[in-house]
Design a protein around this ligand. Structure first.
Ligand code: PLP
Length: 484
């Protein structure tokens, strides 16, 4: 029962429960390997277990935490388990959790510089650090023509890029009069579905998003892009936007950004580069080739909330020309007018994304970068890539399996040679066992299993165990026993 007669939790109680919460989180991480990675619950099971009645009187904190253990934990898929190899990771780290906590505690709403100068200035500072850390083009830095902003997700970043591209292509008239149906956009057949969503939201229309074919490495073919652009121009369309992927979700294919960028420059088309997970690799100088040609891009995004030990949500979105973005999204109702904005000397990030309000998200990024340093981040990224490459070599050595796509970084797409049915059964059995969690994709119209190494605490023993379990299940399903 709340002790305070105003119903509030007192600072003393918060201190006590806060410490208990930190203990709970630390304990959770210590016992995380004891849980089935993928939640085994059936649809509706969690909801059915929750108390039906709305609490009319306040309840003790201890009871809430008991229910977290009893009712919610069974319905948690453990993304932070070192045996989580599914999708792309959404990893975190303790410094990031502490940054989140501080952000929640300060609870500022940083929509404008004036509503909390530190929220804006730390964000600008950390995003400039990342330009240096990833060796991004200088034009993306705030001291140049561009700059970066934290978006919630890569989906929002792509949408903002598409909106700015749309406005630039129509001399900012679409904002006023709406789309006339002539604008067209391009991405590869392997690009993330968020690009299609952005085309729908931005009024470009799904039919005006051209799906460009890929080569045998699943990367966009620039010759097909160039041909499609020419065809569209002669048909009276207005090409406005190309999205290249650095690390497609399906197979981690890296589009040839330099060649795509040249084509975009030739036609004055906005080039956005979506490097949601794989951009992080560029922290290591030996993997900076993934960004070859990035200086030809108008915008770029990568997600520290995927592979840089920073809690969801944290996408870093950069533009080379901030004016185009701001002019696209800026809106200034009377109640937001203030001297700082009018002076032109400050950044108001509300003009850099869709929503008005914004959390102090740079804190968690700042904590992560300061805790690990570039050295620590490089160590872990290298280790993940090394482990994935090790796994790929085991796949190559086992006759029952094959690689389904090149594995340039930390994602390995592979399949059992026995066909779709056996691969589906293999994945289902592994996931249902709770020992690990893998997901699948379809490449060349055949199922491929995806093993992505990117959870913060994944070590060699976890990847070895995953491979052991895969081979065991393959043997049960009737494959011949071979390899290591
Ligand atoms: N782009 C790529 C290449 C992705 O892999 C993903 C998600 O995995 C996204 C975009 C969407 O990410 P978000 O959840 O940040 O919108």
């Amino acid at each position: 029962m709340p002790a305070d007669k105003n119903f509030h939790m007192t600072p003393g109680e918060f201190r006590r429960y806060g410490k208990a919460m930190v203990d709970w989180i630390a304990d959770y991480h210590e016992r995380i390997e004891s849980f089935p990675v993928m939640s085994p619950v059936k649809p509706g099971e969690i909801r059915a277990s929750l108390p039906k009645a709305v609490p009319q009187t306040g309840e003790p904190f201890e009871g809430m935490m008991k229910d977290v253990d009893r009712l919610l934990l069974p319905g948690i898929t453990h993304w932070q388990s070192p045996n989580f190899f599914a999708f792309f990771p959404s990893n975190n780290s303790f410094p990031s959790v502490l940054g989140e906590m501080l952000s929640a505690g300060l609870a500022v709403q940083g929509m404008m510089w004036a509503t909390s100068p530190a929220c804006t200035e730390l964000e600008t500072h950390v995003l400039d650090w990342l330009v240096e850390m990833l060796a991004l083009p200088e034009s993306f830095s705030s001291s140049s023509t561009g700059g970066g902003v934290i978006q919630d997700t890569a989906s929002s970043a792509s949408l903002c890029a598409l909106l700015a591209a749309r406005e630039r292509a129509t001399n900012f008239a679409t904002n006023e009069r709406g789309c006339d149906g002539r604008l067209v956009a391009y991405t590869s057949s392997q690009a993330h579905s968020s690009i299609e969503k952005a085309a729908k939201i931005a009024g470009i229309g799904r039919q005006n998003l051209r799906s460009i074919g890929v080569d045998d490495r699943f990367a966009m073919r620039p010759d097909l892009l160039a041909a499609q652009i020419k065809q569209d121009i002669s048909a009276g369309h207005v090409p406005c936007f190309v999205c290249a992927s650095v690390g497609t979700t399906s197979s981690n294919a890296i589009d040839p950004v330099r060649e795509i960028g040249r084509i975009c420059r030739e036609h004055g088309i906005w080039l956005h580069v979506d490097a949601a997970m794989s951009g992080t690799a560029a922290i290591c100088p030996e993997f900076r080739w993934v960004h070859d040609g990035l200086e030809l891009a108008d915008s770029y995004a990568f997600n520290p909330h995927k592979w840089m030990f920073t809690n969801f949500d944290c996408d870093c979105f950069y533009v080379a020309d901030r004016k185009a973005l701001i002019q696209t999204l800026s809106i200034l109702p009377e109640y937001l007018r203030n001297q700082a904005t009018e002076s032109g000397a400050v950044i108001d990030y509300r003009d850099w994304h869709i929503q008005l309000g914004r959390r102090f998200r740079s804190l968690k990024l700042w904590f992560v970068i300061r805790h690990y340093g570039v050295e620590g981040l490089r160590h872990h990224i290298r280790r993940h890539i090394e482990l994935a490459q090790q796994f790929a070599s085991w796949v190559r050595e086992d006759d029952r399996f094959e690689l389904a796509a090149p594995a340039p970084l930390n994602l390995v797409c592979f399949r059992h040679r026995g066909g779709d049915e056996i691969n589906q059964a293999l994945m289902d059995r592994l996931n249902q066992s709770g020992d690990l969690y893998l997901t699948h994709t379809r490449l060349n119209d055949r199922i491929a299993l995806r093993l992505c190494v990117g959870q913060t605490y994944t070590e060699l023993r976890h990847v070895e165990h995953a491979w052991k379990r895969i081979r065991e299940e393959a043997s049960i399903l009737g494959g011949t026993k071979k390899g290591n």
